[in-house]
Design a protein around this ligand. Structure first.
Ligand SMILES: Cc1ncc(COP(=O)(O)O)c(C=O)c1O
Length: 379
């Protein structure tokens, strides 16, 4: 019996999430369901926020615990992780801060999420070329990406897992290919973090939104920054949180002031601390199960979705190789929005847009969800 025939149960009961009773939720790639445990975090935040100075200190302590859990998930020192407001802002921070020269280039793909492809758009006016490496039959070749890198490439920017196809790029191969090169390696891990391993330490920048596979919500995007990238990048926003104003300056400002090192360097003001606390709670759940078990689970479900879709005659565009799979399994449909609506009417929540359906399988899904999807598609 191969894995696609094995019946697997969810790693976490769906009733630990709001609104999953009677629903087949297969759209975490768009928006994850809400962990019921977050309701207590919300109440705790309210209590701490009302508790004056000591409450604020406790909020910050939870923030540091979250930073350290993110470091554990991505296997990097937590003091190299900052909380950005969005994944888009993380990529744009790099685009704004590098000392670009006429003739430099950025390598990315023509199937990229917009914030990865276009963070560099204003630099074209300064002579910076943006190379959109074309996909081949919906898949992006690691070798094609590396072949497009030359001595003037400043950044190779990709999503670890594609929002469109679910392809999980080989980060080790890309990182190895960039060794001895000048280019920085910038990764958007929004569709990877929380569901497959994210080897952030092999990159110069890894950023992820936290409202999808990380099971938190909008407003905070953890970002890892390497020492190499930090040395090459000038900050472009300053505030009380990333400058050495206190205690040294007290009330009175002087013209000169030092920047604080990572992680504060990327946080000119307070991050959204309530969302940081939600992320902390979600990380406790994810880490207690372990990313290896979660990725194994998601990839087996992806194999089951893929096999079933093919039997029904659909064109699956996600990779068939297990290590290039992720939690997203995608297939081509002309009117994907209409199919999304029809499936939702049958209680099956998926994401459909731009000519493809995306089926997302996470830790609260099991084979029974795959069965319900396939039944709904065959009706
Ligand atoms: C690859 C990728 N990056 C980023 C985002 C959005 O993240 P944010 O809103 O934090 O910029 C998405 C959302 O779909 C995405 O698919």
């Amino acid at each position: 019996m191969n894995r696609s025939d094995t019946h697997i149960e969810p790693l976490i009961a769906p009733d630990q999430f709001v609104g999953l009773e009677g629903v087949t939720h297969l759209c975490t790639g768009g928006e994850a369901p809400w962990l019921k445990a977050q309701e207590a975090v919300y109440a705790e935040f309210a209590r701490l926020k009302s508790a004056g100075h000591d409450g604020r200190e406790e909020i910050y302590a939870r923030g540091e615990r979250c930073r350290s859990r993110m470091g554990e998930l991505w296997r990097v020192p937590s003091d190299r992780i900052a909380f950005m407001p969005s994944a888009a802002e993380g990529m744009n921070w790099l685009a704004r801060g590098l000392d670009w020269r006429d003739g430099d280039n950025v390598v990315t793909t023509n199937l990229e999420f917009p914030s990865v492809a276009y963070a560099w758009r204003d630099l074209r006016a300064h002579g910076v070329e943006v190379r959109l490496v074309p996909h081949r039959d919906w898949l992006v070749g690691e070798t094609d990406l590396l072949d497009a890198v030359d001595e003037r490439t400043r950044v190779l920017a990709v999503s670890q897992v594609s929002f469109y196809t679910g392809q999980c790029l080989n980060i080790e191969q890309l990182s190895e290919g960039l060794r001895q090169r000048n280019a920085l390696f910038a990764v958007d891990a929004t569709h990877a973090a929380g569901v497959v391993d994210v080897p952030a330490g092999l990159t110069d920048l890894t950023v992820s939104s936290s409202y999808k596979w990380l099971l938190a919500t909008h407003g905070v995007a953890p970002m890892y920054l390497s020492e190499k990238a930090e040395r090459q990048t000038a900050s472009t926003s300053f505030g009380w949180h990333n400058l050495a104003v206190w205690p040294a300056q007290e009330a009175v400002r002087t013209p000169e002031v030092e920047e604080l090192p990572m992680p504060e360097r990327l946080e000119p003001g307070n991050p959204s601390m309530m969302v940081v606390m939600h992320l902390d709670q979600a990380l406790e759940v994810l880490l207690s199960i372990g990313i290896e078990r979660i990725s194994d689970h998601a990839r087996t479900l992806s194999e089951q979705v893929s096999a079933g879709l093919k039997e029904l005659g659909f064109t699956v565009i996600s990779p068939q190789n297990r290590s290039a799979r992720s939690g997203n399994t995608c297939f081509l449909v002309k009117d994907a929005a209409a199919m999304q609506t029809r499936l939702a009417e049958m209680g099956v929540l998926c994401w459909g847009e731009f000519g493809r359906m995306r089926i997302s399988t996470h830790l609260y899904n099991g084979s029974a969800d795959v069965g319900r999807l396939l039944t709904a598609l065959s009706e």
